[in-house]
Structure formats: structure tokens, C-alpha cells
Design a protein around this ligand. Structure first.
Ligand code: FAD
Length: 283
């Protein structure tokens, strides 16, 4: 951050996007907990979006709507997050860093970038979240598609204006983070969401983050579960498929081989927990 020459507080979302579009050396800053470590010498302008009234969590028009500058701490304190989807958003928020960082780090900042410590991404993927992107016009894009859209990520002159989750989802989500200490960056994040119809699984979603090059849904394993009567063998098969479908990475927090091994174990455990919770028991 040594070349910063201007720090702007835009008054509106339009002004923020204009400032970003005007200069290739401008970047958004929200909580600043990642930006503060940036060594990108090209960055000369920071556009601070924390005074745009974009901090809220509300239920409206069939969606849970979350403003991008809502902090992780606010998500953790939110009664909506505690209740919705079995409390998966609260569980994921609790595992983001320590309490001081959570008061600063924003949901938008955690979802926008694909760095290997952003714990909220798999939880939001498992809830099939979508982003409202503003670049002069509003566009909706599913979070899963956003992580595949490298062109959008590279472009300047846009921001995440809102995060939306369909509020009529009646299933249960489970999030697990494996880390070396309680507040360390993640070795692996897995999030699972299941619904129950009669005795079978519906709308299964499984997502992985931090151990993989990009956070992603594991459609290969989801297909195995959809419409099936659950049981140990089915969960084992889905967990093995999850492991075999993902390319894992090696870094300070674990080798690729260790992370692959964990994917199978943690996915199976999350599936068991989610199904048990749907049936009102502890897994
Ligand atoms: C010591 C430490 C430990 C941490 N541990 C964890 C952890 O365990 N788990 C975890 O999940 N996080 C952790 N974090 C926080 C991590 O930095 C955040 O997850 C996230 O990146 C921060 O959000 P922010 O608001 O601070 O983002 P910023 O630093 O302000 O921005 C991050 C990036 O997102 C972009 N951005 C921000 N808002 C938007 C928007 N609305 N639209 C488009 N782009 C946007 C910025 O331009 C920048 O590129 C840790 C941080 C620190 C300092």
C-alpha cells in the first residue's frame, strides 16, 4: 500500500463505481483486512465503500438480503443467520479469524476474492447465494458462476452491491472448518445443505473452499444424493466422489494429499450431521 495517493469516500454506489472505472489504479476497500497486506504497487487510489448504507441483513421479497459491507460479526449476531438453514451462516461466521478481525471484515470482502482463507464462501455456495453486481447497471449472478467468471474478476469498475439467498429454503446446512488452531486460516472448509421430502434427500448441495484452487460446488457428489434414501453407504459414496472430483492444493496449512484425505472424512460427517438434524437427532 506504499503508493496510495488518494483515499475516497464516495457518497453513492454510482460515485464509487465511477471512481473505480476512472482509474485502473483504484481498488475497493471495505474492512481492509486483506487490502492492508496488498503489495500491489499499481494501487494508488482506495475507494472506501463503508459509508454507502450497504450494511444490513433483512428478509424481503422472498430473499434474505445482505449488504456487502455488513461485517462478519454482524452476521454472527444476526437472528436471521442463527436460524436460517440450521444456522450454517452463523457457524461459518464463528470460524472466521478472531473476534477483533470479525468486527472489521465484511461479507462482500470475504466473498469477492478467491484467497485461501475466505471461510464464508462454501457456506454461501451451499445456500445457492447470488450476487447483485453493479457496474453502472445491476446484474444478478449466482455465486457459483461468479467464481468461474475470471473476466469479471479481472475487470475494474464494478462492485458487489448485495448478496441474496432464497428465503423459502427449508433444509439444513452444516459447515465445518479444519484448521491447525481455532483461529488459524483454514486447511479445509466443507459446507453441505440437504432438504428432506418423505424419506429421501432433495436439493443436496456440497461446497468446498480453501483447500482447492477456487471455491466450488461439488456437483458430481450432489448427483449421487439427489432423490435417494440416505444411509452410510450412500454418504460414503458421495464423500468418496467429492474427494475424487476435487484438485487440492499444497500450502503452509496442509499438503494436497492430506486435504484430499480430509475431504472424504469431513464431507461424510457433514452429510450425516445434516441428515440427523433434519430428523431431529444429533449426529
Ligand atoms: C489476521 C487475519 C486473519 C484472518 N483470518 C480469516 C479467516 O480465518 N477466515 C476468513 O474468512 N477471513 C479471515 N480474515 C479476513 C479476510 O481478510 C476476510 O475474509 C476478507 O477478505 C475481508 O473482508 P474485508 O472487508 O476486510 O476486505 P478488504 O480487505 O477491504 O477487501 C478485500 C478484497 O475484496 C474487494 N472487495 C471488498 N468489498 C467488495 C465489494 N463489495 N465488491 C467487490 N469487491 C470488493 C477489495 O477490493 C479487495 O480486493 C483474516 C484477516 C486477518 C487480518
Amino acid at each position: 500500500m506504499k503508493n496510495i495517493r488518494s483515499y475516497i469516500f464516495p457518497k453513492t454506489v454510482e460515485e464509487a463505481v465511477d471512481a473505480l472505472a476512472l482509474s485502473s489504479s483504484a481498488r475497493i476497500v471495505a474492512g481492509g483486512t486483506t487490502m492492508v497486506f496488498s503489495k500491489d504497487a499499481r494501487v494508488e487510489t482506495l475507494v472506501d465503500i463503508t459509508r454507502l448504507d450497504l450494511s444490513y441483513i433483512k428478509e424481503e421479497d422472498g430473499f434474505i438480503k445482505i449488504g456487502p459491507t455488513t461485517t462478519v460479526a454482524d452476521l454472527l449476531r444476526s437472528p436471521i443467520a442463527a436460524k436460517f438453514g440450521g444456522g450454517i451462516l452463523a457457524e461459518a461466521s464463528k470460524r472466521v479469524a478472531g473476534s477483533h478481525i470479525r468486527e472489521l471484515a465484511t461479507i462482500g470482502g470475504d466473498l469477492a476474492i478467491t484467497l485461501p482463507w475466505c471461510d464464508l464462501q462454501p457456506a454461501f455456495l451451499a445456500l445457492d447465494a447470488e450476487l447483485v453486481i453493479y457496474d453502472g447497471e445491476e446484474k444478478n449472478i449466482s455465486l457459483a458462476d461468479y467464481y468461474n467468471d475470471r473476466e469479471l474478476m479481472k475487470r475494474s469498475g464494478w462492485l458487489i452491491k448485495e448478496i441474496r439467498i432464497l428465503s423459502d429454503q427449508k433444509g439444513i446446512g452444516v459447515f465445518e472448518k479444519v484448521s491447525r488452531t481455532k483461529i488459524d486460516y483454514s486447511t479445509l472448509d466443507i459446507a453441505v445443505y440437504l432438504e428432506k421430502e418423505g424419506g429421501v434427500i432433495r436439493s443436496p448441495r456440497i461446497a468446498a473452499g480453501c483447500a482447492v484452487p477456487m471455491p466450488r460446488r461439488i456437483g458430481e457428489a450432489e448427483k449421487i444424493l439427489d432423490g435417494q434414501v440416505p444411509g452410510p453407504e450412500l454418504f460414503e459414496k458421495a464423500a468418496k466422489t467429492a474427494k475424487n472430483s476435487l484438485r487440492t492444493v499444497t500450502n503452509l496449512r496442509g499438503t494436497a494429499a492430506y486435504r484430499s484425505h480430509l475431504i472424504e472424512i469431513v464431507t461424510r460427517r457433514c452429510l450425516e450431521k445434516a441428515w440427523a438434524a433434519l430428523n431431529g437427532q444429533e449426529a
